[in-house]
Design a protein around this ligand. Structure first.
Ligand code: GRF
Length: 207
């Protein structure tokens, strides 16, 4: 793997950044042949920015604009420009709490990846672990998928199951889901950046 050039990643996040840390550590261990070139958050002072700073990885807050659930057109253009200037080839969403629209997605076609804390298409949207508990399923899990214009709807790259235990609380279930995320996301990203995944329609195939 060592003589293959590292793929540039741009990471977007709004929260504490535990998935970003798992990805950065996988890069440092050469298990993921990539380098995080820039971390952007829509939330000033977000944990993910601090985690990046501790690792000397370029990071910045970029204003999202006036909307609550998406970026304004101007903000979207600023995010694209910053990511391109940093050399990001793949965009990794790691707890980014805004929907990305056509302009952003057209700038990085089939190169925007997300992780969701359920087995999609079950429980899209917010607090998916709570939704799983409320519904009473016996298994939930984690999904890594490419991002399309919908919410949590793009082609699925990788999934893993997590059992729901009889005495689970939302916090305990979320913690176990996150442990699986931290293993699954770097593994799926390595498959993607190495060209090991083909996408046809909704379906992805490992080479
Ligand atoms: C993760 O649970 C992920 O599934 C969801 O947002 C959360 C981000 O957590 N999309 P963190 O900021 O990576 O700790």
């Amino acid at each position: 793997m060592s003589n293959v050039p590292k793929t540039g990643l741009g990471v977007l996040g709004s929260g504490k950044g535990s998935n970003f840390v798992a990805i950065a550590e996988a890069c440092a261990r050469n298990e993921l042949n990539a380098e995080v070139r820039l971390v952007i958050s829509d939330v000033p002072g977000a944990g993910i920015l601090e985690r990046a700073g501790e690792r000397n990885i370029p990071n910045r807050h970029l204003e999202p604009g006036p909307f609550r659930t998406k970026l304004s057109e101007e903000a979207e253009a600023a995010y694209v420009e910053a990511l391109r200037a940093a050399g990001a080839e793949w965009i990794v969403l790691a707890g980014f709490m805004r929907i990305l629209k056509g302009g952003f997605l057209r700038a990085f076609p089939l190169r925007v990846v997300n992780i969701h804390p359920s087995l999609l298409p079950s429980f899209p949207g917010l607090r998916a672990w709570q939704q799983a508990l409320d519904y009473g399923v016996k298994h939930t899990g984690v999904t890594v998928h490419l991002v399309d214009q919908g919410v949590d709807t793009g082609p699925i790259v990788s999934q893993a199951t997590v059992p729901v235990l009889d005495d689970d609380t939302p916090e305990r279930l979320h913690t176990r889901i996150q442990e699986v995320e931290h293993r699954l996301y770097p593994e799926a990203l390595q498959a993607l950046v190495s060209g090991g995944v083909r996408v046809r329609g909704r379906r992805s195939y490992r080479n």
